[in-house]
Ligand binder design. Structure first.
Ligand SMILES: *Cc1c(COP(=O)(O)O)cnc(C)c1O
Length: 398
């Protein structure tokens, strides 16, 4: 038998297993720009409540114009990694802009935050060191930690008592690094960074925060969890994405102490061995960060929208997880119910996604709603009305 023939049978049976467990992920096809109102291939026009488009920048004319200008003046692609011939003035400008935004010393760009997290641990730490990681950290942090020889410690999600135990256990190692998501994407809770920082001081540890879901969102001016907890400039390493609040195209970064960034430029493998970001993306990124420094309109509107939505949904009788971000988890507990409700909501013109095991713990199924500064009151009201209607039809509400 041909080698692929046997392998094919194996693949088909794996795919069947995924399907019969009800875990097969279908992709819905959008035929419009990413926005509040999107058009699906099936012809429906729906309101989008499941994008990471927190500030509504995905189709912002300012970002599009900045991308076009850079495309005209600096071309389409870089055809090089950064250290050979892939660094334009624009890349250095975006790195400085990001550092200014977060109050850090220097920044290094990556093709994605997945790469930033994948390439941050191995160059900095070795088998003499310890990484103390939140149990619910993003997959890219988990993978990045796997690539590093440091001793691994894990603490229960946002659990300070457990973190303290792990820090005590890690006192033998040379250096300690606590790593946490700034906002956890399934519940929308923020890491208790003030208490994490205090423990880090007590137990001689450094801190790294992945601000992917918190940057642009959390804190009065959207500077992330370091703003929220009054720790601007105090956290050693921050990572983040350009793929969520800041326009949603592609790109990631690590920002923090300048010696850390300097060593990453020398040794971080996804930086050394992967292509440089295109000028269009870089220039739109510069525009986005500058815009958010000049004006707080989008951040304010996102905060207003989130409180309005959460408040109205609670008043309607829904069970909402306490949120500290623009993520609102509508708890349904039952997996099938979460799927049925999402399907019903789509018929009402509301695009949301139901999450259930293994993405969230068993019996914790939910619909995750993500708010955006691009939502208007009428959109929020339409969404709340649709939730209330389907909630009654499916006996979620009395
Ligand atoms: C989305 C996300 C990432 C991945 O970012 P990309 O730039 O899309 O690779 C990493 N970490 C966290 C916490 C995220 O939410």
């Amino acid at each position: 038998m041909e080698a692929y023939q046997k392998f094919r049978e194996y693949l088909v049976s794996e795919l069947d297993d995924i399907r019969s467990a009800g875990l097969y992920k279908e992709e819905r096809i959008i035929v419009s720009p990413q926005s509040v109102k999107i058009r699906l291939k099936s012809g429906e026009e729906v309101l989008n409540f499941c994008a990471n488009n927190y500030l509504g920048l995905s189709d912002h004319p300012g970002l599009i114009a900045a991308a076009n200008r850079a495309m005209e003046n600096r071309g389409y692609g870089m055809s090089s990694v950064r250290f050979i011939c892939g660094t334009q003035d624009l890349h250095k400008q975006l790195e400085a802009t990001i550092a200014r935004f977060f109050g850090t010393e220097d920044t290094i760009l990556y093709a994605a935050c997945f790469d930033a997290n994948g390439g941050v641990f191995e160059p900095l730490l070795n088998e003499n060191d310890a990484i103390i990681s939140d149990a619910l950290n993003h997959a890219s942090i988990i993978d990045g930690v796997r690539l590093c020889k440091a001793v691994r410690y894990r603490y229960a999600n946002a659990n300070i008592e457990d973190l303290e135990l792990q820090l005590q256990a890690a006192q033998q190692q040379r250096f300690r690094l606590i790593v946490t998501d700034g906002v956890f994407s399934m519940d929308g809770n923020a890491a208790p960074l003030d208490r994490i920082y205090a423990l880090a001081q007590k137990y001689d540890a450094m801190v790294m925060v992945d601000e992917s879901h918190s940057a642009g969102v959390v804190g009065k001016t959207g500077r992330g969890t370091t703003e929220q907890f009054n720790l601007r400039g105090k956290i050693d390493i921050l990572t983040g994405t350009l793929g969520k609040a800041f326009g949603g195209a592609i790109g990631g970064f690590t920002t923090g102490k300048k010696e850390i960034i300097a060593l990453l430029r020398q040794r971080s493998r996804p930086y050394l061995f992967s292509n440089s970001l295109p000028p269009s993306v870089v220039n739109a990124g510069i525009y986005a960060f500058d815009y958010l420094e000049k004006s707080n309109t989008l951040q304010d509107k996102l905060h207003e929208n989130t409180s309005y939505f959460v408040d109205k949904m609670q008043k309607a009788g829904f069970d909402i997880k306490p949120t500290q971000s623009a993520i609102c988890a509508v708890m349904l507990y039952d997996a099938k119910l979460s799927q049925d409700m999402a399907t019903q909501l789509l018929k009402e013109g509301i695009y949301v996604t139901g999450f259930y095991y293994p993405v969230v713990p068993k019996g914790q199924a939910r619909i995750r709603v993500q708010l955006s500064a691009a939502h208007e009151k009428e959109h929020l009201d339409k969404c709340i009305k649709a939730f209330t209607k389907t909630g009654k039809e499916l006996a979620v509400l009395k």
